[in-house]
Design a binder for this molecule. Structure first.
Ligand SMILES: CC(C)(COP(=O)(O)OP(=O)(O)OC[C@H]1O[C@@H](n2cnc3c(N)ncnc32)[C@H](O)[C@@H]1OP(=O)(O)O)[C@@H](O)C(=O)NCCC(=O)NCCS
Length: 152
């Protein structure tokens, strides 16, 4: 796992495109390379990349962190990449001063929900019909403890 730099933007976009293939009901879900480059250049944002085919982008503002996107290419799934990226992002966010991590996940995304629920995230709210497929978003939160910070 390595810290993503703007030069990784094309590789990040390729992983995202594999994880979010075009879908007629919600095209354009995958971020283009320019979006990754812009996000990585924005204050407080950082990314981690698994060259085997995974990525996570997050942002820290004051004492709060937010997952912006997490994706693993289909060929690299169920090998613990997402869990490792998530723990890496939590540890880095803690080192950058965050006391809590937030994210949004579709209620119908059972794989991601299972990942978050078994990684100490708790649902704290709901945004109705938030996603293009009409599904609700669950807002989830995890405390970032000193132990998580030290683990990084
Ligand atoms: C969700 C996603 C990131 C998981 O990536 P992954 O590398 O396969 O996940 P991991 O191997 O680290 O699995 C960690 C946990 O996630 C859950 N999980 C992952 N895939 C799952 C699936 N297909 N069904 C049920 N649970 C699943 C399990 O709890 C798993 O733990 P376990 O292996 O001990 O059972 C990946 O499926 C993906 O990129 N999906 C499309 C994009 C997406 O939904 N991103 C998240 C948006 S909020």
């Amino acid at each position: 796992m390595i810290l993503a730099a703007p030069a990784h933007a094309p590789a990040l976009a390729a992983i995202h495109a594999a994880a979010y293939p075009p879908h007629e009901e919600h095209p354009g879900e995958a971020w283009p390379a320019a979006a990754f480059a812009a996000q990585l250049a924005s204050p407080g944002s950082f990314g981690l990349i698994e060259l085997a085919g995974g990525l996570i982008l997050a942002r820290v503002a004051a004492d709060e962190a937010e997952i912006l996107t997490l994706a693993v290419a289909p060929a690299a799934r169920r090998r613990g990449l997402a869990r490792g990226l998530l723990e890496g992002a939590v540890a880095l966010a803690g080192m950058r001063g965050a006391a809590a991590m937030y994210l949004e996940v579709s209620e119908v995304n059972t794989a991601a929900r299972s990942l978050y629920e078994t990684s100490a995230f708790l649902a704290i709210g709901r945004r109705r019909r938030y996603y293009p497929d009409g599904s609700d978003a669950l807002l989830m939160r995890r405390n970032i403890t000193c132990a998580a910070t030290a683990a990084g």
